[in-house]
Write a protein that binds this ligand. Sequence first.
Ligand SMILES: *Cc1c(COP(=O)(O)O)cnc(C)c1O
Length: 384
Amino acid sequence: MSDSHTTHSFETVAIHAGNTADPLTGAVVPPIHQVSTFKQDGVGGLRGGYEYSRSANPTRTALEENLAALEGGVRGLAFASGLAAEDCLLRTLLAPGDHVVIPDDAYGGTFRLFAKVAARWGVEFSVAHTSEPDAVRAAVTPRTKAIWVETPSNPLLGITDIPVLAQIARETGVRLVVDNTFATPYLQQPLALGADVVVHSLTKYMGGHSDVVGGALIASDPALAEELAYHQNAMGAVAGPFDSWLVLRGIKTLAVRMDRHSENATRVADMLTRHPRVTKVLYPGLPEHPGHEIAAKQMKRFGGMVSFQVAGGEEAAVAVCDRAELFTLGESLGGVESLIEHPGRMTHASVAGSALEVPGDLVRLSVGIENADDLLADLQRALG
Ligand SMILES: *Cc1c(COP(=O)(O)O)cnc(C)c1O
């Protein structure tokens, strides 16, 4: 992150941070340094600090500088996937016997990582409804090292008050982690709101084109950032050069994409609230959403994710997913193309039977940036 970016607006930083012209050729876009090792000028004579691409690679560095600048952190780290980033974070923050508070509405893979993997190594967790600060405070024990939050959450679009949880984290001496995948730094700046670490699945809005899997951590505290970087190299699940390049390219249009995602999602949510076959619409932009006021305070706009419940239960919800055409039936989210899915049987199948189980009549939309009228027509047809 270079200081010259601190005076520029988000849209400008997104395009320029990390994207310095190639010193050798002047190439305006950072080259894909598809290489594992670097020639040394005499033993230990590294050029620009580059030695071996697990430790550092110039294309990944460009992305990491960009991520740090966008989230306002001291350092960004890019990983092979969102879950690889989460794994690095949890093994940096937590040791056997430690405890973490996780949301009752976490991404299914995050829950699985804690429940099926970290638990085997003696890391304990409690599930709390993070929209209620008192529930989080009550879940913190003397062994708690971190509070983990997703806001908006996946797939129920719950909103957690980041500054209030940051206050609880400070009072109890634990770290606040915010998964900012749904909002992106364009809509929400968790570090400025008091969080210690931001987690991303770069696979989603940051990449934005459904063509790359990646993850990131951005920290505000230099000592923690240093520890995370040490673990990134020691554990090795880094983002490759081409993947880093794709995400860096995607981020250049993040602001315009998020504006359009938010506009289209607002239209979709409005239509759904008036549809007779829809019993409930979950979108933080709706005034009746329980987190609407907090979301309006801590987010620039409300994002592109909309969930809704269908009259007629699980089979009816599955049928809507099957009948949609323009909304492609598929997992993941955050790409330019609209997606539809049934969380209970797809993304959140791994939390069935747990405290995180999602309603069977729930449908989740990732509203893309196509023409909104086309999207509304497709959903109306799918709803029948
Ligand atoms: C997809 C997702 C993840 C996991 O990221 P991957 O890139 O799939 O490993 C984590 N958190 C949220 C909110 C996600 O949507």
